[in-house]
Design a binder for this molecule. Structure first.
Ligand code: PHE
Length: 338
């Protein structure tokens, strides 16, 4: 019996394989429930007392050897398996990288910028924290105008506020350049409004400004018609309604024909066939003067639109809050290359 154990120890020591299956077979044969060690330990009772010590030591040695060998072989085989360094399978197909999607507001902003870039408009940017002059006074807001009120504006101190529109950027452009000026200013704006499906305290605008000699209201109308058709399709109609802004005179609000019912009337356009998209007008001579431009020589027009509003119409989104919640299910729908 002793000899048999010594033989098994030798066998365990010399056993070698890279095959996980073979290693497992070896484990079962030596250490399994019905394995040789189990039998030998069972036979231990019959061993004469004076040999028990030696025999017991041999059995322990065999058990330790078998375990050690299995461990060694397993380690050796896992370091050369397919995840190991030396064994990369270059023929495996590449996993698809899942690319993120651009935010719908960025998509629409980029599209607006591109549409105006095609007719020569540059992009101007300015600070989000503005002084009273650039946000209000230069734009002809009277001292007591309600838009200056705490209800609309987030004031930082007596002289500074979060800009309520990007017209403030246009004041900066007019102050720092000479006409002709053709620029749009996209950016974030802030108003103290209750958050709802149609309004938010933070939103995005693109405002446009064109100043040169002999710029007329007809130029404004044609520019906006071009924009509306590029944005919403070539059959789009526009409609101008008289309105009021302190910085433009005359002023108008612009509607586009509803792109859902093609102007026939539906729930989205509240059966009017039209949807409001922007405000516009001829730059008030006072504003030109405030910014160092001679109103006797130059005229110009300005317009401003909310990017959220355009995106809602374009993608038929009925709740503005969706733009700010960053729900992946919403964002994933806007894959594009722009
Ligand atoms: N600044 C206006 C707003 O924020 C939009 C506008 C811009 C209107 C230019 C007319 C001309 O609502």
């Amino acid at each position: 019996m002793k000899d048999k154990v010594i033989e098994l120890i030798k066998e365990a020591e010399s056993f070698t394989s890279k095959d996980a299956n073979e290693i497992e077979q070896f484990r079962i044969r030596f250490l399994g429930k019905k394995g040789v060690l189990k039998d030998l330990f069972a036979a231990f009772k019959e061993v004469p007392n004076d040999q028990k010590k030696e025999f017991g030591q041999l059995l322990n040695q065999l058990q330790a050897k078998a375990k050690e060998r299995i461990e060694e072989l397993k380690n050796a085989s896992s370091s050369t398996s397919s995840t190991g360094k030396g064994d990369i399978d270059l023929t495996l197909p590449v996993l698809n990288e899942t690319l993120g999607a651009r935010h719908p507001l960025s998509l629409v902003r980029n599209e607006i910028i591109e549409i105006f870039a095609r007719i020569g408009y540059t992009v101007s940017e300015g600070p989000e924290i503005e002084d009273d002059w650039h946000n209000f006074t230069a734009l002809n807001f009277p001292e007591e105008h309600p838009a200056r009120d705490m209800q609309d504006t987030f004031f930082i101190d007596e002289k500074h506020a979060l800009r309520t529109h990007t017209s403030s950027v246009q004041v900066r452009v007019m102050e720092n350049s000479t006409p002709p000026i053709r620029t749009i200013s996209p950016g974030r704006v802030f108003r103290n409004e209750a958050i709802s499906a149609r309004a938010h305290c933070i939103f995005h605008q693109v405002e446009g400004l064109y100043i040169d000699k002999d710029v007329s209201f007809a130029d404004l109308k044609q520019t906006l018609l071009y924009f509306a058709r590029e944005m919403f399709g070539e059959k789009t109609q526009i409609r101008l309604r008289p309105s009021y802004f302190p910085f433009t005179e005359p002023s108008a609000e612009v509607d586009v024909s509803c792109n859902i019912c093609s102007g026939k009337g539906c729930n989205v356009c509240k059966h009017t066939g039209f949807l409001e998209i922007l405000g516009c007008g001829m730059v008030d001579p006072n504003v030109l003067k405030n910014c160092g431009i001679d109103p006797e020589v130059y005229t110009g027009f300005a317009f401003g639109m909310g990017i959220e509003r355009i995106a809602m119409l374009k993608y038929q989104i009925n709740d503005l809050r969706l733009f700010f919640e960053n729900d992946m299910r919403f964002l994933k729908q806007f894959k594009s290359t722009i």
